[in-house]
Design a protein around this ligand. Structure first.
Ligand code: MN
Length: 205
């Protein structure tokens, strides 16, 4: 079974004026699609073809001989997770259990925002900023290139793509402006809250 490019969870112009249809159509239709196509080429005719995306990521992580598979599989996963980490008319503040846990684990929502933006700003070159659940605590982390927190036992709750292709057409070199816009206008706290709930349930089971 070949891997397929999932549809965006909203029309490509739905995040305008913050992220334009031009950016989203290139990012999804060219970049994300290329990772899917490359992955399909790499696993075609091998026993890896039948693995899930998550299985491929775990079994290729840290193996230099499988770097191509890891990079493409992880980037397919990361981008799908990123699309859901945003929504039209997003932003605002988290509610309920997620809000309580952010306050408990970071001190305040403002402190979380500061750490999250700092992670994105200090990721040299390409990569990702993340909110993760790690040993029962919410943490902010960053990963280079295609790296995913799940290979280190952390459960992803939310992500922000800080590869230049995510923002360059709309923000040029102004990564801080893109990150501020992500947090104030786009972030999907409902998605993050669902991920936290699932992660806590799994942990308790
Ligand atoms: Mn990207």
């Amino acid at each position: 079974m070949a891997f397929t490019l999932p549809d965006l969870p909203y029309p490509s112009n739905a995040l305008e004026p913050h992220i334009t249809a031009n950016t989203l159509s290139f990012h999804h239709g060219k970049h994300h699609k290329a990772y899917v196509d490359n992955l399909n080429k790499l696993v075609a005719g091998t026993d890896l073809e039948k693995k899930t995306l998550e299985e491929l990521i775990q079994l290729s992580a840290g193996d230099p001989a499988k770097a191509g598979i890891f990079n493409n599989a992880a980037q397919v996963w990361n981008h799908t997770f990123y699309w859901h980490s945003m929504k039209p008319a997003g932003g605002g503040e988290p509610k309920g259990e997620l809000a309580t846990k952010i306050n408990a684990d970071f001190g305040s929502f403002d402190k979380f925002k500061e750490e999250f933006k700092n992670a994105g700003a200090t990721q040299f070159g390409s990569g990702w900023a993340w909110l993760v659940l790690d040993g029962g605590k919410l943490k902010v982390t960053k990963t280079p290139n295609a790296e995913v927190p799940s290979t280190k036992g952390q459960i992803p709750i939310l992500t922000m793509d800080v590869w230049e292709h995510a923002y360059y057409l709309d923000f040029q070199n102004r990564r801080p402006d893109y990150m501020e816009t992500f947090l104030t206008k786009l972030v999907n706290w409902d998605f993050a809250a669902e991920n936290l709930q699932k992660a806590l349930k799994k942990k308790a089971a």
